[in-house]
Write a protein that binds this ligand. Structure first.
Ligand code: NAP
Ligand code: HSE
Length: 437
């Protein structure tokens, strides 16, 4: 069967958009063969901000526009691919495409985590699918896994490393000895970082992805404001050094977990993971998500979490599915809420062990002062260290580190608020989780 060629309205010709064009050029015939001739795709319109910019992928100038409406409205466009990022114009494009009955493919996790409720409702109202495999974990087919492969499983938990940029930075700081800014600059040059890299380093890119995974697994919309998010901008070489000395590695970890009362824990934080755990060896731009289903048990999905080609791989897979939906075959409709009573577990109620770094004025008794407040709160201490600055051994301000036994995060926060008021404490303590996975 040879179906008509379908036109793509490609919004964005940056890292991922260019990757999609290059991949289609390379593998269009393969896709046609594998679908028995049912899927033939070509780029019909392309949206950019600056048409004069040099591009990694060549497209006919006549197809390029700076007006997004042309990309959606052009009758030659059957499927709209949103790869511009952000939550404003991207929202307008996706909403207009859904209303026009044109299936949407997007890699925009910020858009779906922040405004997905409106867009998925539009998708259902107009019977137009939204595909978003590229929005989580780059080239790893984790959305399909949760939506389809695990559809018969109650998902107990999903935890993992889902931001390639921060994982890349942590590895370069750990093994390459780079400063944070140098490592970030490398990640940007490699096309891993968001247009606004603050989202990568402040944890929000990973949080957007965790929200999407949790939403799909547990059937209710999750309010981003209720999700606890901390990023790697707090990680200093001294933390990496301590982690190494204590047998851990530092990772930005997303944890999504259902509790026995049905509440859902969803959080992102720098965490210490035992060196022997499989996630500890997920390095560089690689991501990994451990999914625990009641029937399947534990499965681990590993692959490149960012970058041009891996992300294009997920977008193109979605394009084939979108094309099939245009041809009348069943396509999924984005997210279908099915739970009215879904609730997030407040982060204060979550418990793990912790690593806490204090910036203290070095004087006799300072360890005892902090230890007393912790003991008064019933928080157990499993280790404490007060490193000397080798460049200035008599420095007044030093980092003092405590390893703490498992306790409620809320209790720890309240206790640290009290400790922060001591006159020997110079700034807010930095807290990382010590995760037992
Ligand atoms: P990018 O390299 O910054 O490319 C963005 C493209 O969109 C550029 O071509 C830009 O035009 C165009 N654009 C942006 N705002 C526009 C506007 N208002 N009007 C018209 N054109 C506009 O971004 P990217 O890395 O490809 O990421 C695109 C999306 O994919 C984002 O949602 C991102 O979160 C997601 N994603 C990225 C990766 C990755 O590894 N990079 C992985 C997964 C998902 P100009 O080129 O003219 O400036
Ligand atoms: N900036 C994102 C990351 C791109 O580094 O993981 C992939 O979503």
């Amino acid at each position: 069967m040879n179906a008509p060629t379908l036109g793509l309205g490609l919004a964005g010709l940056g890292t991922v958009g260019s990757g999609v064009v290059l991949m289609l050029e390379r593998n269009a015939e393969l896709i046609a063969d594998r679908t028995g001739g049912a899927v033939r795709l070509e780029v019909a319109r392309v949206l950019v901000r600056d048409p004069s910019k040099p591009r990694a992928a060549a497209v006919d100038d006549a197809k390029v526009t700076t007006d997004w409406r042309q990309v959606v409205d052009d009758p030659a466009v059957h499927i709209v691919v949103e790869l511009i990022g952000g939550t404003d114009t991207a929202f307008d494009i996706v909403a207009a495409a859904l209303k026009a009955g044109k299936p949407v493919v997007t890699g925009n996790k910020a858009l779906l985590a922040e405004r997905g409720t409106e867009l998925f409702a539009l998708s259902r109202e107009h019977g137009t699918p939204i595909h978003f495999e590229a929005a989580v974990a780059g080239g790893i087919p984790i959305i399909k896994t949760v939506q389809e492969s695990f559809i018969g499983n109650r998902i107990h938990s999903m935890s993992g490393i889902i931001n390639g940029t921060s994982n890349y930075i942590l590895e370069r700081m750990t093994t390459g000895g780079l400063e944070f800014a140098e490592a970030l600059s490398e990640a940007q040059q490699l096309g891993y970082a968001e247009a606004d890299p603050a989202l990568d380093v402040n944890g929000w890119d990973a949080a957007h992805k965790a929200i999407l995974l949790a939403t799909l697994a547990y059937g209710f919309a999750i309010d981003p404001e209720k999700v606890h998010v901390a990023g790697i901008e707090q990680v200093r070489p001294i933390d990496i050094e301590f982690a190494t000395r204590l047998g851990y590695v530092v990772k930005l970890l997303a944890v999504v977990r259902e509790h026995p009362d049905g509440s859902v824990e969803c959080r992102v934080q720098p965490s210490f993971i035992a060196k022997s755990h499989i996630l500890a060896s997920v390095n560089g731009v690689f991501n990994a998500v451990a999914v625990h289903g009641d029937s399947a048990g534990e499965s681990l999905f590993y692959g490149r979490g960012a970058g041009q080609d891996p992300t294009a791989s997920s977008v193109v897979a979605d394009l084939v599915e979108a094309a099939r939906s245009v041809e009348g075959e069943a396509g999924h409709r984005g997210f279908l809420p099915y739970r009215d009573d879904g609730k997030l577990l407040p982060v204060e109620e979550t418990s793990t062990a912790y690593y806490v770094r204090f910036d203290v004025t070095d004087r006799p008794g300072v360890i005892a002062e902090v230890a007393k407040r912790l003991a008064d709160a019933g928080i157990g201490i499993s280790g404490t260290h007060s490193p000397v600055n080798p460049e200035s051994p008599d420095a007044d301000f030093v980092d003092m580190v405590f390893q703490l036994h498992s306790c409620r995060f809320g209790l720890l926060q309240d206790t640290l608020d009290q400790i922060e008021k001591l006159d020997c404490i110079n700034s807010s303590p930095v807290v990382f989780r010590i995760e037992k996975l």
